[in-house]
Design a protein around this ligand. Structure first.
Ligand code: PLP
Length: 356
């Protein structure tokens, strides 16, 4: 039996989007491929709220994260982490011989804008990484406040991980001043995993020109220059199946309207939070809760693994806590094409299993 996914990626994909993955192939050097990929970039610019170029990558989001930190750091990267995915940037830097420092807070906390200002004021850094929505904790960083302090440091390239939030919550990339904003297909965009997208600002382009060894497959400058010359075709053969599906999913998304989409995500989040507060508690700082995933404190000491097994028998799947938070918390994702009634159905089943 298929289990309806309420995990924070991969998410449940609508059948019509899945069907587009089996569109007959076209040549990746054809005019049709150019038109398809050019169209996707135009539509993604609306979703990202940016006038900058969009780069597509046949990798998951981690590919573009690695490419970004490697291609755009000349001096040193300041990596701010509020959980497992924030720390991943640091490991990427170390493994690519990119000088970097890690600034971590405890799970459930946010990145403090004042501290960001202090760190950048040292003048040691020319790139900063921030996690917008930390999927391991269910915390959404106050990016507007963080943006204000980063703007005081115009030589710093800002990389923002919106892997689990873009298209699920309002992120005005240009207004915030983000240089490289990264997302993955398998989260709020509502596609199967395997494709990633980012915005790439002029500042990031100029910076990358100063980095001599940018790798090859994930050389963002090469991707940028190639798509300018070749009308949105990519240097290597991309996952055209994803392109067909993404193009279709973006049409649906824009038809729904981004504001309606964000509203739907907030409604789902509010429903889950209210339920969590009634029967359990919410993990992390309540002022900064994610609109796409809720982390619930296991105050009743239930077996999350057992709950998930029983949910599985009914055709649903939620996520256990991440890493050290396993069994101490569990997570319910509410993103992409998920509706309030899907969430109500899930919660009703949890209530029945737990006799709540
Ligand atoms: C916040 C965040 N950043 C980065 C990643 C890594 O993305 P991917 O699995 O697409 O490489 C994830 C994956 O869950 C994530 O949730």
């Amino acid at each position: 039996m298929h289990k309806k996914l309420f995990i924070p990626g991969p998410v449940e994909v609508s059948q019509d989007v899945l069907d587009k993955m089996s569109t007959p192939m076209i040549g990746h050097r054809s005019k049709d491929a150019s038109a398809l990929q050019r169209g996707i970039s135009e539509k993604l610019r609306v979703v990202f709220q940016t006038k900058e170029e969009i780069l597509l990558s046949t990798t998951s989001g981690s590919g573009l994260m690695e490419g970004a930190i490697r291609c755009c750091t000349v001096k040193r990267a300041a990596v701010f982490s509020i959980g497992a995915f924030g720390k991943r940037w640091y490991e990427m830097a170390l493994n690519n011989n990119v000088p970097a420092d890690l600034f971590e807070v405890g799970f459930g906390e946010i990145t403090d804008p004042k501290f960001v200002d202090e760190v950048l004021s040292t003048g040691r850094y020319d790139l900063i990484t921030i996690t917008h929505n930390e999927t391991s904790t269910g915390i959404m960083n106050p990016v507007e406040e963080i943006a204000k302090v980063i703007k005081k440091h115009p030589n710093v390239v800002w990389c923002l991980d919106t892997v689990s939030s873009m298209a699920g919550t309002d992120i005005p990339v240009d207004e915030l001043g983000v240089d490289i904003c990264i997302t993955s297909s398998q989260k709020a965009l509502g596609l199967p995993p395997g494709l990633a997208a980012c915005s790439f600002s002029k500042k990031a382009i100029e910076r990358a020109k100063k980095v001599p060894f940018r790798g090859y497959y994930l050389d963002l400058l090469q991707l940028y220059e190639f798509i300018q010359k070749k009308d949105y075709q990519y240097p290597s053969t991309p996952s055209l199946s994803h392109m067909f599906a993404l193009d279709f999913a973006l049409d649906k998304m824009l038809e729904e309207g981004m504001d309606n989409r964000y509203k739907r995500h907030i409604e789902m989040a509010q429903y889950v939070r209210a339920w969590a507060k009634k029967y359990f508690d919410i993990f992390g700082d309540e002022k900064y809760l994610s609109n796409t995933v809720t982390t619930i404190k296991n105050t009743r000491g239930i077996s999350v693994a057992d709950l998930n097994k029983k949910l599985g028998e009914r055709g649903f799947q939620i996520a256990n806590g991440y890493g050290a938070l396993k069994e101490k918390t569990f997570r319910i994702a509410h993103m992409a094409e998920c509706s309030v009634s899907d969430i109500k159905e899930l919660i009703e089943n949890i209530n029945q299993i737990l006799n709540l």
